[in-house]
Structures are given as C-alpha cells and as structure tokens.
Design a protein around this ligand. Structure first.
Ligand SMILES: Cc1cc2nc3c(=O)[nH]c(=O)nc-3n(C[C@H](O)[C@H](O)[C@H](O)COP(=O)(O)OP(=O)(O)OC[C@H]3O[C@@H](n4cnc5c(N)ncnc54)[C@H](O)[C@@H]3O)c2cc1C
Length: 436
C-alpha cells in the first residue's frame, strides 16, 4: 500500500488505495466501480450503508426527471404554496435566516436559460439510468431489486398536464419519450388506479427499485464480499498538505489512502468547504409514509402530479414518497408533510386497507443550481467530489460512481462533465448568460 501524500496521482489503473466517504448510493457505486478498476477501497460511513436519503426514497429510476424545481415563475408561486398546507412545499420558518444565502442563488436559476442548461446536464447523467444500474448490480444479490419499468404521471385532468407543458416540452426536445393516455387506458394498465386520475402520461425506458435500502445494502455487501473494506466511522475533517489530502480525520483515528471520494450527500457541505467549495449546499427534506400489507398494488411507479409524490409498490408495502421542505439537517421531522401525504393518499384511495403505517423523513442533497458536483476538488488534487444529486440521486448514483472511478484511475470520463465541475462559474453568477 503506498503512503498517502507520497503517491503520484493515479494514472494507469494500477492498484491504488482509495477511501470513499459516505455509503449512500453514490458512495457505494463509487466504491464498487473503483474496486472493479483494481483499487483497494475502504468505504466509510458513520451508520453503515443506506443510512441517509438512499434508504427512504421513492425508488424510481427517473431517467426523464431532467427539469429542476427552479422553473420560471417559482418566485411568484412559492409564497402562496408555503402558506397553503395543501401544497407540497414547506418551510420551517425559524430556519429562514440560515436558508437565505442558498435561496438567493437557488432562485436566481428560475429562468428558461438556466432550466435548459440544467436539464441538458441532468439528461447526460440520467438518460441511461437503468443500464447503469444493471451494469452495477450485475452478478450481485442487488439485481433482485431492479426492474425495467415505465413511469406514469397521473393528473386530475388534462388541465393539469397543460399546466406542466413547459416541462413536457423540454423533455420532448431532449428526446425523453412519453405518451399521453386517458383515464380508460390508465385503468387498463393499472386496475388499482381506476377512478384516481382523469389524464396521465406514460414514460417508457424507466426503472424501479423495489426496496432502495435493501438494494444499496446488497451492493455494499457485494463490495465487501469482493474484498472491499467497510468501516463505520464519523468523518470530521481532511488533513491537507499543500495541494494534497494526506488523511481523513475520523472519530476512530486518521485514515490514509492515495485518493479520496467525498460522497456524503446532504452532509457534504462543511467538508466540501474545506476543499475550496464556497457555494452553499442545502437539504431538501423529503418524506415518505409506507403502508404494510396494502390493498392497493401497482405494477408501475406513479407520480401523483398535483401532490408531487410517488406511489411505489415495494415487496408487500405501498410507499408514498415526495414533498419538499426546507428546514436544515438538524431539526426533527415536521408533522404537516405527513398529514398532507396521508390526506392525499386517502383522497386517492378512499377504501385503502393496510396492516401498519411507517413514516420517514430524509435529506435530498441540494446544490444551488440543481446539478450535482462531480469531479476533482479545487483545493486538494487527490480528493474527488460526488454529491448534490437533489431528487435524482438514486437514478444517477451509479453513473456518478462510474465516472468518478474512471477519473480517479487517471482516465478521461467518456463524457463532458463540465456541467458538474466543482469550480463551475454558473454557481457564482447564475444570471450572467441567461435569459428569463
Ligand atoms: C422522499 C424522497 C424521495 C426520493 N425519491 C427519489 C427517486 O425516486 N429517485 C431518485 O433518483 N432519487 C430520489 N430521491 C433522492 C435520492 O434519495 C438522493 O438524491 C440520494 O439518495 C442521495 O444519495 P447520496 O449517496 O448522495 O447520499 P445519502 O444516501 O444521503 O448518503 C449519505 C451518507 O453519508 C453518511 N454520513 C453523513 N455524514 C457523515 C459523516 N460525517 N461521516 C461518515 N458518514 C456520514 C450518512 O450516514 C449516509 O449514509 C428521493 C429523496 C427523498 C428524500
């Protein structure tokens, strides 16, 4: 094992040591692809695999989810939404002062030019998501949780679809396939949705994970079974000498390797700042409720467009996941988002029966420009960043890990990753080149 701080940057894929910090879908994918490229890898997480957002998400491989939250007009719509408890946008008001620096930059991207740029970046990351998952999971027990699938958007009526036309037009322009279907066609596809929606959009070429927590845990198990080292420790800091990282400081001592990947999801902010990233990272808190032994069974994942939440039938449970709340990483879950989800599910399925109900809140890692950060850190040349995947980290995690493993092995990543560059200028001056 070469000693940290003395090794040359990885060039040829020779056995190098690597530490991957954070064992969500992004970290586990990075660790597996690094291992397959011949690195000796340690994957570190304070709680073990899938302890963060990768546990409780909606499980959609959302290859067409290329439109950010920050669409034109958001600034006008958001205050009304925040004051209406029936809308899927929440804010813990006491958190507002801390949120403002992020919010100022985030809202600056609510224009057509920024949406076009962001959706092109997301399309590059997401368009082949199912294939990326299949390649990652191939030959491991995780394959059992992966299914190729359509993704359905359910609307109360055609007016709802028309109200979202901005997003659908942009998807079409990028080549994301979809077709509009009426209520009868939807009921034929999904008998349990009869009477729930008046209009729908069917998106082929998607996928689903039937248990995201079990899936990521199975991938981490495959990593360990192939000789990877899984370590439980809390990362506190980087040791940086000159332009290189010489170790990660943890509550269990300092760990050293040739290269490092920072994949801490919504918790990446403070460590990223140590590496020269100045733009704030926020948590977009999301919620799920899950019904055990439900009377409703869906073959496909379904986005309830009016409530911005997803229905996914997961191995004997019905998970309903979505909603967006700003409130930081530390505050406990709020009650209002759970109440909203329960009310909306009751409206959709008035006769739903179930055995038990579980609740969960998690943190989507949100960058101010809705694009993840993927690439070498500006300050320490042997640390690579992979975080900030917002609503689509499950979908884009495997490809992010594959890109990072290639770069960390000294290869070009096969794609132009400029949109995700940690030092991209659009973060600092989002409106400079864009029109409203
Ligand atoms: C309600 C909801 C629904 C969603 N639905 C979807 C969906 O359908 N499809 C989709 O693609 N995406 C979805 N997402 C988004 C997706 O879940 C996230 O983008 C993705 O899981 C982020 O993965 P990650 O690996 O970056 O971070 P995480 O999964 O959050 O992992 C971060 C890890 O870092 C660890 N950690 C944190 N701090 C430290 C520390 N100091 N030291 C050591 N370890 C630490 C944590 O324990 C955790 O395991 C959803 C999210 C939510 C909340």
């Amino acid at each position: 094992m070469s000693r940290a701080g003395q090794a040359a940057p990885p060039e040829t894929g020779d056995a190098q040591t690597a530490i991957v910090i954070g064992a969500g879908i992004v970290g586990v994918s990075t660790a597996l692809w690094l291992q397959r490229a011949g690195h000796q890898v340690t994957l570190v997480d304070r709680e073990g695999p899938a302890a963060g957002a990768s546990y409780g998400n909606a499980g959609v491989l959302a290859s067409g989810s290329v439109i950010p939250v920050t669409t034109p007009g958001l600034l006008g719509r958001a205050p009304k939404m925040l004051l209406d408890p029936r809308q899927p946008l929440f804010l813990r008001w006491s958190y507002l002062p801390r949120l403002l620096p992020f919010l100022r930059r985030y809202l600056a991207h609510s224009n057509i030019g920024a949406v076009d740029r962001i959706s092109e970046g997301l399309h590059l990351l997401l368009h082949d998501a199912y294939d990326q998952h299949a390649a990652l999971a191939k030959g491991t027990p995780a394959e059992a949780y992966l299914t190729a699938d359509d993704y359905i958007f359910g609307y109360a009526g055609k007016a709802g679809f028309e109200a979202d036309r901005f997003a659908w037009d942009r998807r079409r322009a990028l080549g994301v396939p979809f077709s509009e279907i009426d209520a009868a066609a939807l009921a034929e596809l999904e008998p349990d949705l009869k009477g729930c929606f008046g209009y729908a959009v069917r998106c082929p070429n998607h996928g689903r994970i039937t248990d995201p927590g079990a899936y990521v845990t199975a991938l981490a198990g495959a990593f360990e079974a192939a000789g990877g080292h899984l370590k439980r420790a809390e990362i506190r800091d980087f040791e940086i000498t000159g332009e290189r990282c010489t170790g990660v400081v943890t509550d269990a001592g300092t760990l050293r390797a040739d290269t490092y990947a920072l994949t801490l999801g919504a918790w990446s902010g403070p460590l990223a700042r140590r590496l020269g990233i100045t733009v704030p990272l926020e948590s977009e808190r999301g919620y799920h409720i899950e019904f055990g032994n439900p009377s409703v069974h869906l073959k496909t994942t379904v986005m309830v467009a009016s409530g911005k939440f997803v229905l996914n039938s997961m191995n004997g449970r019905l998970r309903c996941a979505g909603v967006l709340e700003f409130g930081g990483l530390d505050a406990p879950a709020s009650r209002a988002p759970f109440r909203l989800l329960r009310r909306q599910v009751a409206d959709l399925f008035p006769r739903l029966t179930y055995g038990r109900i579980d609740e969960w809140m998690g943190h989507r890692p949100a960058t101010a420009d809705s694009l993840p950060v993927i690439g070498p850190s500006p300050r320490a040349k042997n640390v690579y960043l992979g975080y900030g995947h917002h609503h689509v980290g499950l979908t884009g995690g495997p490809k992010t890990g594959r890109w990072l493993a290639r770069i960390m092995s000294g290869h070009a990543p096969n794609d132009n990753l400029a949109a995700f560059a940690p030092d991209r200028q659009t973060w600092k001056n989002p409106g400079a080149t864009e029109r409203n």
